[in-house]
Design a protein around this ligand. Structure first.
Ligand SMILES: Cc1cc2nc3c(=O)[nH]c(=O)nc-3n(C[C@H](O)[C@H](O)[C@H](O)COP(=O)(O)OP(=O)(O)OC[C@H]3O[C@@H](n4cnc5c(N)ncnc54)[C@H](O)[C@@H]3O)c2cc1C
Length: 484
């Protein structure tokens, strides 16, 4: 049995902890059955954004006329697009594998890991070469999650897609029902809709992306209606093959009004070539045999941890989607940093998610940090709000992005409580606010520094300037022209 100083289960963000340990001269092992890099590289962030960029290109060409340019989309090489993206992301995963195999002190154990006891891991390789057992003085659980398949009547009798397969189709479906109104459903609804597919997008809540600030989720719901038939306040109750109704190939989804936000709606039947389930993700803890350890999980299977990311067992740490706190790649990387510090430097670092941003890559884009106005109202907190449209800044007006906005939320003393941006480059614009929040700054820390003119960040500047205590304002305001 091989003995390691540190064993990491999962080759996504967790592999960085193993690499850091190996660089310190510790013996480390990464247990991973699939491509290195985890969901983000081959099944998540990167391929989905590469597709969405193609949708943006199509949209830019279609929108060219508004700027006096005569252009048109004459064809889409769908297979070529998905092949190219597939090659790029798998090249990255392969390169990570080669680097790890060449690195000193770190071993890649190919296969699925499960606990035998608190310090012993059985690795089941899928090549049938037989189970091997390894031990780690420290163990890190970083096994991520996978698409959740909801209990829909008839699902076992039809084929369906999840985000794992929808990113690499050979052909664009002509008609698609997407079940799930969260960010993955919304992003894929935008992508397939922009590429000309007929999309029915079914979301259980009153609005798509319902966890966002209400102004944001309203904007996304309205804008997605340009790309999809949006059924908010509905849930998929049943699905059957279309040919059972003698109407050809494909599926028919029966969607019923949900309890959440649909009084008096009528049941609808949605026919399509394919069904895509984007109904959330579940943690990969069910195959880990955690019952052989003292590690505790909640009722959804997410690993319980203290604020230093150590589990109920000393020396077993956890990070990433399997915690269920902040299901984003950058959050998993941040948590990997906290685990590195605590395991390798004995640093007692605690996690702090207050300035944890996230983004949604629909059209328009969304980016958020901190609390929503709803959170603040529910908590009974005193706050001030400023919402400034993109066309306050001349570049926002030039881009015709007047539907976009920056919404800033602050306490009476200027403490930044949240910021929600809808519009071009939202994720990039948000970062000056993230930096200010991370440093415990106030609205003056965003409004004070000089902003490049005419850059889109002038919208952020204008929103925070409205909340600022500064005596004089020089924030641009082109709304008089935009409105006209
Ligand atoms: C379609 C889609 C789009 C996304 N877009 C974004 C985005 O734009 N921005 C963003 O920040 N996030 C995005 N995400 C989320 C992001 O991919 C995850 O938050 C991130 O990958 C989490 O990292 P992780 O290391 O916790 O888990 P993962 O990346 O899932 O890595 C876990 C690894 O553990 C392995 N594993 C599973 N079981 C075992 C086992 N028993 N033994 C050993 N290994 C095991 C898996 O094979 C996997 O490689 C997206 C996700 C999806 C699905």
């Amino acid at each position: 049995m091989e003995a390691y100083d540190i064993v990491v289960l999962g080759g996504g963000s967790g592999s960085q902890v193993a690499t850091a340990a190996a660089e310190r001269g510790l013996e480390a092992a990464v247990v991973e059955p699939g491509p290195l890099g985890g969901a983000c590289i081959t099944r998540g962030c990167v391929p989905s954004k590469a597709l969405i960029h193609r949708a943006d290109v199509v949209e830019a060409v279609r929108g060219a006329e508004a700027f006096g340019i005569d252009a048109g989309v004459h064809g889409v090489d769908y297979d070529g697009i998905t092949d190219a993206i597939h090659d790029t992301v798998y090249a990255k995963a392969d390169n990570q594998t080669s680097s790890m195999r060449e690195a000193a002190n770190v071993t890649l154990c190919r296969g699925e890991g499960r606990f035998v006891d608190d310090r012993t891991i059985a690795v089941d390789p899928d090549d049938g070469s037989g189970t091997a057992e390894i031990t780690g003085e420290t163990v890190v659980i970083a096994v991520g999650g996978r698409p959740m398949v909801p209990p829909i009547d008839g699902l076992e009798g039809v084929g369906y897609l999840t985000s794992d397969d929808a990113l690499f189709l050979d052909e664009r479906p002509d008609e698609l029902v997407i079940v799930g109104g969260g960010y993955i459903g919304a992003e894929l609804g935008y992508f397939f809709g922009a590429l000309g597919a007929d999309i029915s997008l079914v979301g259980r809540s009153e609005r798509l992306v319902p966890r966002e600030d209400e102004a944001v989720s309203t904007a996304v719901t309205e804008s997605l209606a340009d790309y999809c038939d949006v059924y908010t306040g509905y849930e998929a109750a049943e699905v059957e093959p279309a040919d059972e109704r003698q109407s050809g190939e494909g599926i028919v989804v029966t969607a019923e009004p949900s309890d959440d936000g649909n009084d008096g709606g009528e049941t609808v039947e949605l026919a399509a070539d394919d069904l895509l389930l984007a109904t959330g993700r579940r943690p990969n803890t069910d195959t880990l045999a955690l019952e052989e350890t003292g590690v505790e999980t909640d009722d959804k299977g997410y690993v319980e941890t203290d604020n230093r990311l150590e589990t109920a067992v000393d020396g077993i740490w956890v990070l990433g989607d399997v915690i269920g706190q902040q299901p984003y790649k950058h959050a998993a990387d941040y948590e990997a940093q906290v685990v590195m510090r605590n395991v390798l430097d004995d640093a007692s670092r605690t996690v702090d998610y207050e300035a944890m941003p996230h983004a949604i890559f629909t059209e328009p884009r969304v980016a958020s940090v901190g609390q929503t106005e709803g959170d603040l109202a529910d908590a009974g907190r005193e706050y001030e709000v400023a919402t400034v449209p993109y066309d306050a800044a001349p570049l926002g007006l030039i881009l015709e992005a007047g539907d976009g906005f920056v919404k800033a939320l602050a306490g009476p003393d200027g403490e930044i409580l949240g910021c929600h941006i809808v519009g071009p480059q939202a994720a990039t614009l948000l970062h000056e606010v993230v930096v200010a929040m991370d440093g415990g700054g106030t609205v003056d820390d965003v409004a004070g520094p000089v902003h490049v003119h005419p850059a889109l960040n002038e919208v952020v500047y204008a929103a925070f300037d409205e909340l600022s205590s500064r005596a004089y304002s020089t924030a641009p305001d082109w709304r008089d022209v935009g409105d006209g």
